[in-house]
Design a binder for this molecule. Sequence first.
Ligand code: SF4
Ligand code: MG
Length: 335
Amino acid sequence: SDPILKVENLKVHFPVDVGTFFSNKAQLKAVDGVSFELNEGETLAIVGESGCGKSTLGRAVLQLLHNTEGQVIWMGENITGYSVKAMRPLRNEMQIIFQDPLASLNPRMTIGEIIAEPLATHNPDMPKEQVKSRVREMMDIVGLLPRMINRYPHEFSGGQCQRIGIARAMILQPKVIVCDEPVSALDVSIQAQIINLLGELQKRFGLSLLFISHDLSIIRHISHRVMVLYLGNVMEIAEKDELYNSPRHPYTQALISAVPVPDPDKEAHKKRIVLKGDLPSPINPPSGCVFRTRCLYADQQCEREKPDLNTLTEASVKSTHQVACHKQAEIHRTN
Ligand code: SF4
Ligand code: MG
């Protein structure tokens, strides 16, 4: 069936001032030509270091940013550049949850009011009692006691605040939720609970999730496919098991090598790939392959030519596996 969301060559470039004397204008290429599809009931993880453009990408997909180029196709409808007003009828379909749950909740509103707000905005004529009963139902679904409806956000723990954020995002019965590092600010013991909750909600309501994270060990449990971003460019997209077991891009290989494995024996024998150098600035990214300044395999071709995101054609590989590297076949043969 058709993907619920299709993103084609999406770019988000912000104008920035560089230098003081000449006050030159430059472009910060936060997202630089990203394409992917999201299917119904699927979790696509977007992974990369901080500053790779993943949050910007999530917001651009939801049309929360200007200065975007390329296309965002929502259930067959091209919504690129839609205004706030044009997006309003679609807002119930696409929601977002944020990294810092407490900061994203209005401290002067009760959690009942916070969870009800999208519903009250979207259906202003809905009777108050009906709104309240929907709120109680949502609280129950996300694991909050409905009798806490009149409490304020500061009375809740971080994990509970994220449950409130999830209830608010779920109350309009969306088809897609962009989850922007939803567990990164939480204790490790709480992270798994929130990940499990999102997984349950996905199964129960057929939700699609765009799950943004810098942490490959977190997304392992929730994602179906994984997209690896570096300096606003897609390095690799693959089904989860294939990405973890047989990463093909040198950047993905380095990220995977740093993920701890539970078996201490294997952990001791694992070869950790350490990247050279620092993350370059997205204002002045390297020519050719943006990863080349940190890549062990870079040569002159990598300096000259930007690699396309190509689908792997080997029979043993799933047809959805895409890699942007001139040398991935050679690297794979010699590994
Ligand atoms: Fe490394 Fe070249 Fe591949 Fe880029 S294209 S990842 S620089 S080998
Ligand atoms: Mg971010």
